[in-house]
Design a protein around this ligand. Structure first.
Ligand code: HEM
Length: 496
């Protein structure tokens, strides 16, 4: 009898939940249907559209759909509404309010690697970690990293020289990835992995492999549920990578704590990397466990390496496409740093390289390393003439926002002068957001700018760059970062 009552009770509760879900779905449907978008079919919505276009280099969602449906349009992924934002004024509403800080479920594929680190966490945990880590990225603090940036830039030049011997074209995308991996490993953990010289080390291979697996799974929606994914060989491969990556960071953390306890750090001013900062905070009583330190270090490794490499590679490629810009940039570099290639940079030199900064910004406009970001909308939100209902997810398509002809004339062209300060002041502040914006923006942007400036200026001082691939052959693809499917092939001629 009791069992029957219990079963009836569970059935009623499940029925009530079902009804609530359907009522909510109908409410959402009525609000979303006012937003323009491609024709959706019952039950599957636009899923076929998504699956058919996902493998395109730049799918129509970024450029063609906003032209056709407007800068705010909707898609249905089965019963889930997804609102695409391709215009600065809509992006402003999302970025400028603390209501929309929670990441959508799209990021869950990264969770096995990054845990609940800064990129994925939310609420109080995110707030306290962000407060803890922010000082590590202050401009003055960053000068401890300068020798690492310069040493690795110099190794990068040696590698470029080696690979381009006898006038061979080289894929700058691959090599830039190894250079930034070396830089971020040293700055995040104080460890040299020498990826540029030995790109087959277990850790380096695992970092590359896991990023590939996450992307691959992202293209196969049937593998999203863990219980299906766990049956595949891809899951076993991921497990292997995770074991290597997590063991590596755990060992580094343990060893570094032992060194610090043995007196290797005199005081806070002698902190040498992000890991030191976290361990010091832990030793001084901040509530962060070893697992917490590990997820933050893993997050830096992920966020800090491919993003920066992508920006460096596209910038060098675009300079090779635009010899006049390259010449102008070289003039600036020689004026600030002189013509002696052995000149030792200082942190102040970087702020004098204004045109270089414009070249980097223009590169990130055309090829934002992170082409789209996703947020939950927890409350009904007016965006222009539309209402985006609570419970939906928005996709902020940075690649589309950055190519909006309302804010950029000839948006496809590489014109660094767009970032001269008088031009910038005339533009909508949210028309350029490669590092996201608002409270949840990229914590590492100053760090990233310095890395890019160090590496690019070093390469430009040593080589004349000519791009082999035509722009239409580069086939950029919106993956975790915006990746050229055929690499970015350039020719380098040593300058004397
Ligand atoms: C050119 C290089 C970079 C670009 C374009 C870039 C871009 C971004 C973007 C767009 C976001 C927001 C992601 C989202 O909301 O889904 C982000 C977040 C983040 N980035 Fe970067 N990033 C770069 C380099 C770096 C570096 C070098 C680091 C660390 C050393 C870093 C660490 C982070 C972290 C920890 C977050 C999460 C911040 C939070 O949610 O509080 N990034 N980045």
């Amino acid at each position: 009898m009791i069992r029957r009552v219990f079963i009836a009770f569970i059935a009623c509760a499940a029925g009530v939940e079902c009804i609530k879900y359907v009522v909510q779905l109908i409410k959402v449907y009525h609000k979303v249907k006012r937003i323009p978008g491609p024709k959706a079919y019952p039950i599957i919505g636009n899923l076929l559209d998504v699956i058919a276009n996902l493998r395109d280099t730049i799918p129509p969602f970024f450029i063609e759909y906003p032209k056709k449906y407007g800068r705010l349009y909707r898609m249905w992924l089965g019963p889930q509404a997804r609102i695409a934002i391709c215009g600065a004024k809509y992006a402003e509403t999302i970025f400028s309010s603390q209501k929309y800080m929670e990441k959508s479920k799209d990021y869950d594929l990264l969770r096995p690697w990054l845990g609940d680190g800064l990129l994925l966490s939310s609420g109080n945990k995110w707030r306290s970690r962000r407060r803890l880590l922010t000082p590590a990225f202050h401009f003055r603090t960053l000068d401890v990293f300068l020798p690492t940036f310069l040493e690795n830039s110099s190794i990068f030049v040696d590698m470029l020289e080696k690979h381009s011997a006898h006038g061979a074209a080289i894929d700058i995308f691959h090599l830039a990835g190894l250079c930034t991996l070396d830089i971020i490993c040293e700055c995040a953990m104080g460890v040299k992995v020498n990826a540029q010289e030995e790109d087959d080390s277990e850790y380096v291979v695992a970092v590359k492999k896991i990023a590939e697996i996450v992307v691959d799974r992202g293209f196969r929606p049937h593998l999203y549920p863990d219980f299906i994914f766990n049956l595949t060989s891809m899951a076993r491969e991921q497990q292997k990578c995770l074991k290597i990556l997590h063991k590596f960071t755990q060992d580094v953390i343990r060893k570094r704590r032992e060194d610090i306890l043995a007196g290797d750090l005199e005081d806070e001013d002698s902190v040498k990397n992000f890991l030191d900062l976290l361990i010091m905070a832990q030793l001084k009583g901040t509530a962060i466990s070893d697992a917490g330190i590990q997820e933050e270090v893993d997050t830096f490794m992920f966020e800090g390496h491919d993003t920066t490499a992508t920006a460096i590679a596209w910038c060098l490629y675009l300079l090779g496409q635009n010899p006049d810009v390259q010449e102008k940039l070289r003039d600036e570099i020689e004026m600030v740093l002189g013509t002696n290639n052995n000149y030792e940079y200082e942190l102040q030199d970087f702020s004098k390289l204004k045109y270089l900064e414009c070249c980097i910004k223009e590169t990130l406009r055309l090829y934002p390393s992170v082409p789209a970001i996703f947020r939950n909308v927890p409350v009904d939100t007016a965006l222009g003439e539309y209402v985006v209902p609570a419970g939906t997810q928005v996709a902020l398509l940075l690649y589309a926002i950055h190519r909006d002809p309302e804010h950029y004339h000839e948006p496809e062209k590489f014109i660094p002068e767009r970032f001269f300060s008088d031009e910038v002041s005339k533009r909508h502040p949210y028309a350029y957001v490669p590092f996201s914006a608002g409270a949840r923006n990229c914590i590492g942007q100053k760090f990233a700018f310095l890395v890019q400036k160090a590496v690019i200026s070093t390469v430009v001082r040593h080589f004349d760059i000519v791009s082999v691939d035509k722009i239409e052959d580069t086939k950029p693809k919106a993956l975790l970062v915006i990746k050229p499917l055929n690499g970015l092939n350039i020719l380098l001629k040593r300058r004397h």
